[in-house]
Design a protein around this ligand. Structure first.
Ligand code: FAD
Length: 266
């Protein structure tokens, strides 16, 4: 799509942020619809960040890492590594989208169906945010996304990277995803993980809910305990063409029970 209001595309390292700017990552969303409020794009690829860095502490994913780079990476024998491919595959884009869409763009766009939100929230990912003047702050991804199309970025801030801690990567995981149609966007994604050290269980709900919701249990709670905790959390269910709230709530309950059952069998 032509964006006639854009008069400049600048190197993100050099541009001083001003109203009308937007950070340009893969551009798969930015170039997919009119952007009447924008006059300049600041290209994040100019930073040349290393896409993925494995360390004894876990995994650091640069915001500019593409879904394709993430999906083809070979990881150490972390139990949760299988979740990476499952979440990347949950974005049913074309070859072009798959190869240009970035992890950071997916998280900052904050669509409920954002599979990189599902992945990084479920593994207790922590977002590193760069502000103007060299300020750096960190927020759990589960708190970073606050609603459909909304996140905690302030004007001029950018998402630099997400850190996935080793403790979460070593957990066994269970993944469920459902869409209204075969090639549709995710209507519900439920991811569970179980700690190999103490058996603690975390179930993360995305896509169905307006923002990530995490349910934490010191031990597997059983179906009734799970449903009671889910009811107490009272998530807000998203409403759009990809699914009505009541349906999303019903399938989330079902998928959460399946995830619990799978993790309890381990
Ligand atoms: C065919 C198709 C299918 C799609 N399916 C899905 C889907 O299933 N789920 C889904 O969530 N999305 C989907 N999308 C939307 C979009 O393509 C993806 O969310 C993609 O991951 C966005 O990443 P990007 O790098 O292209 O972001 P861009 O388009 O470059 O940017 C998106 C937004 O995030 C901002 N931004 C990007 N990076 C940063 C950063 N590091 N710091 C601060 N702000 C930043 C940009 O300024 C912009 O506002 C789809 C798009 C298409 C065309």
């Amino acid at each position: 799509m032509d964006l006639p209001g854009i008069t400049e595309v600048a190197d993100a390292r050099l541009g001083i942020w001003r109203p009308g700017d937007a950070w340009l990552a893969g551009g798969t969303w930015l170039f997919s619809e009119p952007q009447p409020a924008l006059t300049r794009l600041l290209d994040l690829h100019a930073f040349g960040w290393t896409a993925l860095q494995v360390s004894p502490d876990g995994l650091d994913i640069a915001a500019t890492c593409t879904l394709a780079e993430l999906a083809r990476q070979e990881f150490p024998p972390w139990q949760a590594a299988s979740l990476v491919g499952q979440c990347c595959a949950a974005l049913l884009g074309s070859f072009k989208v798959w190869n240009t869409a970035t992890v950071g763009g997916n998280i900052c766009l904050a669509l409920p169906a954002g599979p990189m939100i599902s992945l990084t929230a479920a593994l207790d990912g922590v977002a590193e945010i760069w502000g103007t003047g060299g300020a750096v702050r960190r927020i759990p991804v589960a708190d970073f996304v606050t609603g459909p199309g909304r996140c905690r970025l302030r004007p001029g801030e950018l998402l630099r990277s997400v850190h996935l801690p080793i403790g979460a990567l070593q957990c066994a995981t269970a993944f469920r995803q459902l869409s209204l149609s075969a090639l549709g966007r995710s209507a519900a994604v439920v991811i569970g993980r179980r700690s190999p050290s103490d058996g603690a269980l975390v179930i993360t709900l995305t896509a169905a809910t307006t923002r990530p919701v995490q349910l934490r249990f010191p031990a597997p709670p059983g179906p009734d305990g799970l449903l009671a905790t889910l009811a107490a959390a009272a998530p807000r269910y998203h409403d759009d063409v990809h699914g009505a709230p009541a349906w999303r709530e019903a399938i989330t309950r079902q998928l959460a029970l399946e995830v619990l059952d799978e993790l309890e069998r381990l």
